[in-house]
Design a protein around this ligand. Structure first.
Ligand code: PMP
Length: 440
């Protein structure tokens, strides 16, 4: 990495943004409050790199929080979007591309027999829960501490004791009544799930889970955990929802369920939610699964769900370009991602060990997190043992050395296929120095 320019233009853009947008942002973590310092303002992306307003280049290790599996401005997606835009950005009427993308999704996710496209992961999860409640006629939802399923009222329930029985809103502006049907339980703890079903007989509509957690940092499911959730939900007549907004098309072409052999038959979740990669960087989400459940949706059934921009032609075109590539080259894409990510994640883990820094590295496929803690991280409580101030120092030093990590300890980093040996080398060189900032 060359010498960085001072971020003068970014600083001016931040001042202007703060005048017009709360905190200067449209999504809170972008403000860098959790890590300190000031966010660079992005001018453009080029493959593995982000370029800021002061012409600094950064190796991008958050990839728009997931979607950029093939790096930035990947030509097939850009061309597909331009082509669709030329035919008009929106119709509010059906186009061929919606069923075509659905067919491609199903080729990757056999458990999604029928699906509907929406405009964000939030909408996908909110709608999946509504259809689960409509199908079962039950009110309660189980979610797990540290899992994030978007910012719908009922899903913003904070982790912590006391939420296991009645939900406590994790955000001001969410009435207790809205969240009281959300039960938040510790991740990787099947006994807690059994106990909740025992204490709420025939009242729990569904369990929604990130099969691999990304939103508390990367946390892997313990052996048998997901199968256990499948068994318990089935036994109690509740639906199992895999939120694969983050893991979808990332951990394999069939996401976490494909990777864990849970993508069909008895092992599969009833519903799956998708976002991020399925839209190639445009605002898209999807939810789908069992035909009998999805047929509850209007106009076939009584569960209402709709969207002016749902199935938007630009978004469908971008999604089709992504999934076509994934289906054609999945045998090479995922091993390549795995190898590159292992070099980065394990390489920095080794450097930390050499410097005597307590670092726990959780990785699966091309998502990973470096937790600044000596503890094993298996749930939100153990993730919370991290030294977030140390992470902040590391983040700032990495940024100044030209590597952009997700700006929070409680997020997953993502690697794209655009990251090659030169970028891996740059990340490791940056980390060697940045880790020194951690102990300072
Ligand atoms: N579910 C998961 C697992 C996510 O990671 C996210 C976003 N990070 C969402 C849902 C919400 O998606 P969106 O931000 O597109 O609304």
């Amino acid at each position: 990495m060359g010498k960085m320019n001072e971020r003068v233009r970014s600083a001016a853009l931040e001042v202007k943004a703060q005048r017009w947008l709360p905190g200067g942002v449209d999504s809170p973590v972008r403000a860098f409050r959790a890590v300190g310092g000031h966010p660079p303002f992005v001018e453009r992306g080029e493959g593995a790199y982000l370029v800021d307003a002061d012409q600094n280049r950064y190796v991008d290790l958050f990839g728009s929080w997931g979607p950029m599996l093939f790096g930035h401005a990947w030509p097939p997606v850009v061309e597909a979007i331009c082509d669709a835009a030329g035919r008009s950005p929106s119709f509010g009427a059906s186009t061929a591309a919606e069923a075509e993308l659905a067919e491609l999704v199903n080729a990757c996710y056999p458990s999604m027999e029928s699906m509907r496209f929406v405009s964000s992961g939030t909408e996908a999860c909110m709608s999946a829960i509504r259809v689960a409640r409509g199908f079962t006629g039950r009110p309660f939802v189980i979610k797990f501490e540290g899992c994030y399923h978007g910012h719908a009222d009922a899903l913003l329930v904070k982790a912590g004791s006391g939420v296991a029985t009645f939900g406590i809103p994790g955000s001001a502006g969410v009435p207790d009544e809205t969240a009281m049907h959300t039960l938040a339980l510790p991740y990787n703890d099947l006994a807690a799930v059994e106990a909740a079903f025992e204490s709420h007989p025939s009242l729990i509509a569904c369990v929604i889970v990130e099969p691999v957690v990304g939103n508390a940092g990367t946390i892997l499911p313990a052996e048998g955990y997901l199968a256990g959730l499948r068994e318990i939900t089935r036994k109690h007549g509740a639906l199992l929802i895999f939120d694969e907004v983050m893991t979808g098309f990332r951990l394999s072409s069939g996401g976490a369920q494909g990777r864990f052999g849970m993508d069909r038959g008895e092992a599969a979740p009833d519903l799956t939610t998708l976002g991020k990669i399925v839209g190639g960087g445009l605002p898209v989400g999807a939810f789908g699964g069992r035909l009998d459940v999805m047929n509850m949706l209007a106009p076939l059934g009584p569960v209402y769900q709709a969207g002016t921009l749902s199935g938007n032609p630009l978004a469908m075109a971008a999604g089709k370009a992504m999934l076509t590539e994934i289906l054609a080259h999945r045998d090479t894409i995922y091993p390549q991602l795995e190898a590159a990510t292992a070099k980065i994640a394990d390489g920095v883990a080794r450097l930390a060990a050499e410097q005597g820094i307590a670092l726990t590295t959780n990785r699966i496929g091309s998502m990973f997190t470096w937790f600044f803690t000596p503890e094993k991280v298996t749930d939100f409580a153990s993730a919370s043992t991290s030294d977030t101030a140390a992470f902040g120092r590391f983040h700032r030093a990495m940024l100044d050395a030209g590597v952009w990590l997700p700006p929070s300890q409680y997020e997953a980093a993502f690697v794209s296929t655009a990251i090659g040996d030169a970028e891996i080398h740059a990340v490791l060189e940056a980390a060697k120095e940045a880790l020194k900032a951690v102990t300072r």
